[in-house]
Design a protein around this ligand. Sequence first.
Ligand code: G16
Length: 569
Amino acid sequence: MATFLNPVDSIFNKPKPVIHLDQALLNKLADGAAAYPIPEGRKYEYGTAGFRMKADAGLDHVMFTVGLIAILRSKKRNATIGIMITASHNPAEDNGVKLVDPMGDMLEQSWEGFATRLANTPSDKIPKAYEALVNETLVDEIRQLQDRPAKVVFARDTRASGPYLVTALKAALDAVGVAYEDKGILTTPQLHYIVRCINTEGTVYAFGEPTEKGYYTKMANAFKTLMYGRTIHGAITVDAANGVGGPKLRQLISYLPTAAEGGIDIKVVNDDVLKPEALNFECGADYVKTKQRSPPNLNAKPGDRCCSLDGDADRVVYYYNDEQNVFHLLDGDRIATLGAAFLADMTRVAGIDSKLKIGIVQTAYANGASTEYVEKVLKLPVTVTATGVKHLHHAAARYDIGVYFEANGHGTVLFSDNAIKIIRESEPKSPGQKHALDSLRACIDLINQAVGDAISDMLFAEIVLAHKSWTPDNWRNTYIDLPNRLVRVEVADRSIFKTTDAERRLTSPKGAQEEIDKLCSMYQKGRAFARASGTEDAVRVYAEAHSKIESEKLAGQVTEVIRKYGSGT
Ligand code: G16
């Protein structure tokens, strides 16, 4: 690699060096990229959940470019970067890829543009585009970071297309010649956990042992502490969406005490990962949340607690049938309120509540009744952000204890450095305070703070229910959800639907929001919004109102508005 000075870029007489990559490296990149051309007319965008599409629609080209972005990001941050290959709740024939930043969080937003730009670069132009990005991201007037070593770790879910996509990814990593580790099949949160562990190893922020075993052990130990003297009543049935969550949950179970040992009885269903087409089919968190019914094969009895994970186990929703066999959903809003109430109680008992600011982060999909309950009953502040955990995560980080959940079951709890210090260093003055502090310390370990984690969230919910001796009915009766309806609307071009105010209002197409406002005003407690999906080619419509009939009518009318504007008539 040669470095030349470019006087044109000089600022305050400090020339910015221009890096020219060795011809041998450029040739290797050209050879590698040639095997993964962009299909004619294909456009890519790094969206809410990274890149996501039909697995055979040119995703291999994206994988090659994502490998290069991970290398640049690793050099820039001087840390290990993660790559997760999954399409989460989407059908089996889809796949996708997202990058994991050093602390196990989502890729910094300013880099999404680089990822999109490189993905849309034809294969023959990739070597020069990569060189341009080296100069753009790794060089400034003061230093150049191109010579730093890069390290990448990656994993995939159980989809059949995974191994082939790994080949395309490795082709990029091998062309540049960086160190990488293939972690095989993992849940999305497990990879996030491992990335954070690797990057914090040996520091005061050490997150744990960077292995799958380390993940299970950390969670199981925290579970045992939190369960001391408590009993979980009855079994929990977990629908694993026929995805990676099934086998991983079975592994975790082997680390947990059984019900007879004062632990938990987990029944795993829909854990067939050998039949690829079964993934997310009539099961899983997205199915249950969208259809508002249990997977048809569940056979649960009235009162049985059930929950569903999604395809990569980063979302969870609870549900049960009451004695009249009526289905009730306990979604992400419920998990957030349950968890926040517990954490707020524990900080009060521990005598540290005045030192910590606890808050909840939701999106526009949060049921209006949940927001009212948080503000009026729990007396906690609520922040609303756009959909996508990256937005919620950042907002939650502004609290000492930030509980964030999307209604679809995606979320976690973040403890600030200040909160961790106070919780770890406070001296208990009574057995009650000691118990509360021990419980809070164990929560810090049980909850996967890197990212929303269905398995960790499920254990947390089970523990809180055990502490409160609550049945699902008790949980549901904390507040009554406003009836609501979610509709997926297919339109010619979803990109014309632009929003503002945390996606609660449309700014385009012109006139659409006024029509939605007028419709909402016709219903008691009527609220509705429409937003373009970030993971599917569709617009999502959400509507809630005082009664079920009204919420469905409002959803239908707003859907018609979207269809009308979406078809350009
Ligand atoms: C992804 C994001 C979630 C988001 C969801 C929304 O979920 O990670 O934060 O809520 O997409 O999808 P859409 O934009 O299509 O409504 P996942 O579980 O598919 O990765």
